[in-house]
Ligand binder design. Sequence first.
Ligand SMILES: [Zn+2]
Length: 155
Amino acid sequence: MTDTDPPKDADNTLEPQRMEPPTSKVSQPFWDATREKKLLLQHCEACDRAVWYPRVLCPHCSADGLTWREASGHGTIYAVSVQYRPGTPQLKDRVPYAVVLVDLDEGVRIMSNVGGRVDEIEVGQAVQAAWEPLTDGRHLVVFERSSSNGTQSRA
Ligand SMILES: [Zn+2]
C-alpha cells in the first residue's frame, strides 16, 4: 500500500520530529493528559507541595499516595541554554534552539524548550505551556513566551 505512504521529503510526515519520551506505570496519567493538552503535576497531600517529575514517593517528605492536579501552565524562565548543535539528529533543522528550565507557578522546575528567536529569550521572562504533537497522539509540553513580554521581533 505505497499510495498511503507519505513521500520522504514531505513536510508533514508521521516520522518523529524528536526523540519521543517513553512512558512508565508512574508517568502514564501525565502522558494520557497530554493527549488533551493538559499539564498534570503530582501533588503531595501530606506536605501540600507539587512534585515534578512523576514518581512514587514525595521527594520532600517521602509520603506515598501522590495525587494528580492540573497545572496552570504558567511559569518563569529560570535558566536558558542555546544549543547550536542538535541534541539528536531529528533536531538538526531546529538549531539554534533554546533549552530552558522553567519555574512553574506551582513551585516545580521543569526542563523544556521555548520557541522563538533564541536571542530574545531571557531569564525571568514569563512563559506559558504550548504543545508539540508526538506521533502516538501524546503531546510534549514546550513553552512559549507570554504575550505580556511584548517584545517585537524584526523578523
Ligand atoms: Zn510530601
